[in-house]
Design a protein around this ligand. Sequence first.
Ligand SMILES: [Zn+2]
Length: 236
Amino acid sequence: MQDKLRALVRLAEIDNSARDTDEQLRGIPEELEERRAAVQALEALVGGQRGQLEEAKALLESQIEDLKLRNDMLARARAKSAKARNMREAQMAERELESVRRSIGDGEQERDRLQGLIDQIGSILEKPLTELEEQKTALTEAEASSGDKLTTLEAEKAEITKGRDEHVAKIPKPIYRRYERIRPKIHPAVVEAVDGYCTGCRMRIAPQLYNQIIAGTDFHQCQACNRFLFHKDAIL
Ligand SMILES: [Zn+2]
């Protein structure tokens, strides 16, 4: 039993030392994922604004075409007005001229509004476009360097966790599984019991349980924090 208990304590020591490396190993893909998500969000934003810009440009183009036609109409209405043979024809021509002028005025207003919109979207787009370029560059750099970092960290981890499997082999499977379940939630997952207390959560251990821990005849967990407990005398 002592051998099994000792194996769990050593295993926990190894896992505790590997914790930083593990965290960094997890952090690299997480960071890349965050960067990718940020680039995608910006691309969506820029894409949406570009769509609006294209739409406004197309509208402006057709508005300009339309204004050309209305100006042709104006020229024709003027010619008609000049040829008016009586008061009635002159009044009719004047009304037509007035209506064409109004429609040109409206068209010019719409043209200016569209031009303003295009300028506005263009200036709004500038910032996210610059940011998108910067973030893309940063992502490419992070992707390029992450491979080397991962290799270094993996080697570091292999060095730290050397001999881990041998300890695992000595621990009963259900205990090992329980340990692996606890480990991500409570750190450290295996702690010493000293003077009747759990050094993980500082809670007093029931005297009977403490005696069993000292005897080291089985695996025990703290009733308060669920950590595995051991007494140093039991793993000598
Ligand atoms: Zn505890």
